[in-house]
Design a protein around this ligand. Structure first.
Ligand code: GTP
Ligand code: MG
Length: 307
């Protein structure tokens, strides 16, 4: 029996599977959508653009299909090496995908980023579904009217309208995705929801709270590294994280008056981390300066932004 493949008993005949890249301009709601479809918070979300910096995998396993979503950074004109790496993640995700969801923000008209990304997608030999998001924000305007200028960017693509935030249209979107995937096996175990190691998830949770509590340039200038993650004898998880900024002045802001800002970030990050590890967390937070790290290949690789 040793060489019989270990297929899951739940897998139905005509099982479908494949990779679905979610692409779009910064802030379109890509990470919100992936989290909603997978049913777990895998990628961090924030109202600030350029939250996601790497390709993040989220796996949805159903008896009839396994959908492997690839959430990507927002498509934009890069200003530094980190930005180049981020848009490179999108370029690399598209050709690997069985299907691409071009996610657009219906609350605003198409911009240069949407037009440039549509250009890239028109040249890719990959099926595309245009997904109009944030339909909950439209008020009196009809969804069709808001979608129309986006449709002209990719006239061939099928289009759907959703709200990743309220869940409206997500069941239809999922059905449309599965219908477009090839027949194929379950690639990943049913209990696997992401490929991110727990240290990376923890670092992202800390970065999410920095994004939540800081403004202007700071959210973009911050990288977080978890350099220790261990369960102590008393069951507490000890996590040491370093928040890197680019300049001394930014360090002062992240620490705050008498350490107040760092305390707030630490308190909120710990709450999220305790939910993640399902137990008590001791979070040891440090702030360090890594001068102009976004412009240096070596620093980017060291911080995990490597292709
Ligand atoms: N009202 C409304 N807000 C949404 C919807 N989807 C996402 N948002 C909000 O839009 C903001 C950006 O969401 P993200 O999921 O981080 O967007 P993203 O496309 O992943 O952004 P980047 O990672 O920066 O490219 C957050 O404040 C979300 O809560 C939606 O359907 N309706
Ligand atoms: Mg994102």
């Amino acid at each position: 029996m040793d060489n019989v493949p270990n297929l899951p008993v739940t897998q139905s005949p005509n099982h479908r599977s494949g990779f679905v890249a979610i692409v779009g301009r910064p802030n379109a709601g890509k990470s919100t959508l992936m989290n909603a479809l997978v049913g777990e918070k895998i990628a961090i979300v924030s109202p600030k653009p350029q939250t996601t910096r790497t390709r993040i995998m989220g796996v949805l396993t159903r008896p009839e299909a396994q959908v492997i979503f690839l959430d990507t950074p927002g498509w934009h004109a890069p200003l530094h090496k980190l930005g180049e790496y981020m848009v490179g993640e999108v370029r690399r995700a598209v050709p690997d995908a069985d299907l691409v969801l071009f996610l657009v923000d219906l609350a605003t008209p198409p911009d240069d980023q949407d037009r440039s990304l549509a250009g890239l997608l028109r040249q890719a030999a990959v099926p595309i579904v245009l997904v109009g998001n944030k339909v909950d924000l439209l008020g009196n305007q009809s969804a069709d009217a808001a979608l129309a200028p986006y449709r002209t960017l990719l006239p061939e693509a099928d289009a759907l309208v959703i709200s990743a935030l309220t869940g409206l249209g997500l069941a239809d979107l999922l059905a449309a995705i599965v219908a477009r995937l090839p027949e194929g096996p379950q690639y990943y175990p049913a209990d696997m929801v992401t490929d991110q190691p727990e240290r990376v998830v923890a670092a992202e949770m800390v970065r999410e709270q920095v994004l939540q509590h800081t403004h202007q340039e700071i959210p973009h200038a911050v990288a977080v590294e978890v350099d220790e993650f261990k369960v102590r004898d008393d069951g507490t998880t000890y996590i040491r994280a370093v928040i890197y900024v680019e300049h001394d002045s930014q360090k002062g802001i992240v620490i705050g008056q008498g350490g107040a800002m760092l305390k707030t970030i630490g308190r909120d990050a710990r709450r999220e981390l305790e939910r993640f590890v399902e137990g008590k967390v001791y979070l040891d937070l440090w702030v360090k300066v890594k001068k102009n790290w976004r412009k240096k290949d070596g620093d980017l690789q060291w911080l995990g932004y490597r292709s």
